[in-house]
Ligand binder design. Sequence first.
Ligand code: ADP
Ligand code: MG
Length: 371
Amino acid sequence: MILPGATIGVLGGGQLGRMFVTAARSMGYKTVVLDPDTNSPAGLIADTHICSGFEDENGLKQMAALCAAVTTEFENVPAASLRKLAESVIVAPSAESVEIAQHRGREKSYAQQAGLQTTAYANIVLADDIAAAIEITGFPSILKLSCLGYDGKGQAIVNSEQDVLAKFKEFGSLECVLEKMLDLKQEVSVILGRNAAGEVSVFPVAENVHVNGILHTSTVPANASGFITEKAQKQAMALAESMNYVGVLAVEFFITQDNKLIFNEMAPRPHNSSHYTLDATVTSQFEQQVRTLCGLTPGDGRLISPVVMVNLLGDLWPVDWAKVFAEKGLKLHLYGKEEARAGRKMGHYNVLSESVAQAKKIAEKVFNNIR
Ligand code: ADP
Ligand code: MG
């Protein structure tokens, strides 16, 4: 067990790293952030900011010398860097787990092996693979870059073989997956924490609404049957178990019109859709990240209040904060980013209320007031 007073580190200095640092500090740990950006949100508040690239040998060496354990805040962290660090310090999640989550085809086949259902899909490595892929998925389908896509980027809906070829070329002829497009009723996500001893704590299921491919709101409890939410939690746990996963794992699911639960993707880190845990559960996902990294028992994920989380993108800037703080049950979280660009995640708020309906009403009212 790594206990308060020790130093723990995170690769990546974005908002997820910042909230990890905040949790770690309040639990009594010293913190190190490695990120090339001199103004990174997490670097600004860490005890030590190592300003280097993620593959920089000196930076990694310095981090290994300072830290008892290291985690990551982003999924595209180079696996080789995690391996290098793991030679001398505790690293969670492992390079192997992160490598699975980095590739859409790999994570889907892994999920299938763990007993989860995915949409029909096929990997496209070369243009020659396209015809066979279409045989599997049919149309309409979605072409997605296998690696590095996020917030709906590197994706296109396709309706013909020519479409697929054109988009594949547009994406630089890089490896892609083709997925059958599903008729979605809802999107939900589950997050869990698992430590090296295999102790697991799962959070409640969040119901997610996206706008222009970017998460807009997460609502908890989700408006879905107990049968389906329990199934989602069990499947996320089965997946974590099958990977011998250590750390915080987020799993996104689709619920189809005919109530099937379909695995979409996973993230080997805390997730935007679980920011509600900062205010509405006994333990936050970032405390869970610290706990699982340090070999502590995962904290209680129990929901204390119905909650709606709303993302604040740069499009909204400048914001009249007085209107936001006028709501007594609203908790604002800003990430310390100087420049508000369109589509950039600048912060979020959680509205806690006696019912989901009431929380939604307040969350929407505030959002409409500031946009
Ligand atoms: P990202 O990494 O950008 O989050 P996702 O694979 O989660 O990529 O896709 C983004 C969004 O696109 C999903 O949240 C969902 O709304 C929609 N989407 C993705 N795949 C499918 C699919 N097979 N069928 C229907 N909608 C999909
Ligand atoms: Mg997604």
